[in-house]
Design a protein around this ligand. Structure first.
Ligand code: HEC
Ligand code: HEC
Length: 373
């Protein structure tokens, strides 16, 4: 074989290889092989009537994000279809539900999620939990209202890559949308505002208040084992302070705080948004509801298990100028980090207690499931 024909020969083999691989791996872009249609019930499911037990009814939980858009069943039904529809991404490959899985409390088991072109998100996908009480959204709290938040992933250049002004016309041409918009809003015209409102209604309807912890709140915790009770006592105690930041019956905080993950942060969270040195290394205090199923943990998904999280608070807190005063020995922001010296049993008890926040009803509620399956 002469050198020229050898080159040709190997190029040909190389090409076959590339073609063979890409046939298997490339997800069809503009034209999905078969048009998927949502499978919806004759009579729409009921949304917006779930009422939180009365113990949720204390400030700051009386705060309601987007109170101006009360949930309707037809609105949330449309929102459910939009949430799970890959057509919201520019190449029809990714839906909100690709990174927010119901079985995982609407988070992603991957440390970072893959977007529409296979690019990785720079943070761990957040669980979606009782958003009505959320003061702001995202790890850095950059979105104030849910209506504004839900449009951001659609346009994000890693996540869904859509040019927002193009989306209404694209959806208008999909046969099932005009009817769904008409049922939700009285007219079949699709607008960005309607997309945002319907998605928000669905996301707001993803509520959790039926965990074993909630049963316990109502029956004096008779169903709790000894280790779960001990974990509850410790969690609520001044000793380890968990509920001083993961506050209320929603176990969250409206403020972004620093919980001592690093001395030098690769991602400065809230500080990147405000540019204020006092905000560097501060992140949203997420709700701990459904925490058992939302691994990995923290804004960068650095911890794979709850045991690792508890060990972080027990012995791993790092010094940082903005380290929260509840985690320093002097009680001053930025002071030397506390170490708790918990026993193996105490650590296990906190984990056991955290696992009682899992709400199987929410994780299996058909109203929240993917209608394209
Ligand atoms: C490619 C993966 C991906 C897709 C697609 C995606 N998200 Fe997310 N989502 C994330 C990540 C990652 C974060 C955290 C980002 C950050 O804090 O900067 C997040 C955060 C959120 C939050 C904030 C939760 C809180 O408590 O602050 C909500 C709500 C949310 N997403 C809803 C949606 C909706 C609605 C869609 C579809 C329109 C969507 N997401 C699409 C990955 C994704
Ligand atoms: C000073 C306030 C503060 C205290 C005290 C605190 N946390 Fe946190 N917690 C945070 C913040 C802030 C984050 C998010 C940090 C990040 O991702 O950078 C967080 C994140 C978490 C997460 C991960 C959540 C997720 O969705 O990834 C868990 C689990 C958790 N904390 C449990 C606990 C437990 C258990 C205790 C008690 C031992 C505790 N926290 C004490 C502020 C606090």
């Amino acid at each position: 074989m002469g050198s020229k024909s050898a080159i040709l020969f190997f190029t040909a083999i190389g090409l076959c290889f590339v073609i063979a691989c890409s046939k298997d791996e490339i997800i069809p872009f503009d034209k999905p092989e078969k048009e998927l249609r949502p499978d919806l019930p004759e009579t729409p499911f009921t949304y917006g009537t779930d009422t939180f037990p009365s113990y949720f009814n204390a400030p700051p939980l009386t705060f309601m994000n987007s109170i101006q858009n009360p949930i309707t069943s037809n609105g949330a039904t449309l929102g459910r279809v939009l949430f799970y529809d890959k057509k919201l991404s520019v190449n029809n490959t990714i839906s909100c539900g690709s990174c927010h899985l119901q079985s995982r409390g609407f988070s992603d088991p991957r440390r970072f999620s893959s977007g529409f072109e296979g690019g990785q998100t720079t943070r761990n996908s957040m669980a979606i939990v009782n958003t009505r009480f959320s003061y702001r959204f995202f790890w850095d709290q950059r979105a104030t209202y849910l209506e504004e938040q839900v449009l951001m992933p659609i346009q994000n250049h890693i996540e869904m890559g859509t040019n927002l002004p193009d989306l209404p016309a694209k959806l208008q041409a999909v046969d099932y949308y005009p009817d769904l918009f008409e049922e939700a809003f009285g007219t079949p015209e699709i607008t960005v505002d309607k997309i945002s409102i319907a998605l928000s209604m669905f996301v707001h309807s993803l509520t959790t208040y039926r965990s074993r912890y909630d049963e316990g709140k109502q029956n004096g915790f008779v169903g709790y084992s000894t280790i779960e009770m001990d974990g509850k006592t410790l969690f609520m105690s001044g000793t380890i302070n968990c509920n001083h930041c993961h506050t209320t019956e929603n176990f969250y905080d409206s403020q972004a705080l620093n919980n001592g993950l690093d001395s030098i942060y690769a991602d400065n969270g809230r500080g990147v948004i405000t540019g204020d040195s006092a905000d560097m290394g501060q992140f949203k205090v997420p709700s701990l509801r459904n925490i058992e199923v939302t691994a990995p943990y923290m804004h960068d998904g650095r911890f794979a298990t709850l045991e690792e999280v508890v060990e972080h608070y027990n012995s791993g807190i790092k010094q940082h100028p903005n380290l929260d005063d509840r985690l320093t020995t002097t009680g001053m922001t930025g002071g030397p980090p506390k170490h708790y010296f918990l026993t193996a049993y105490q650590k296990a008890s906190v984990v056991a207690f955290l696992k009682t926040f899992t709400d199987q009803t929410m994780l299996h509620d058909v109203r929240f499931s993917d209608p394209f399956k």
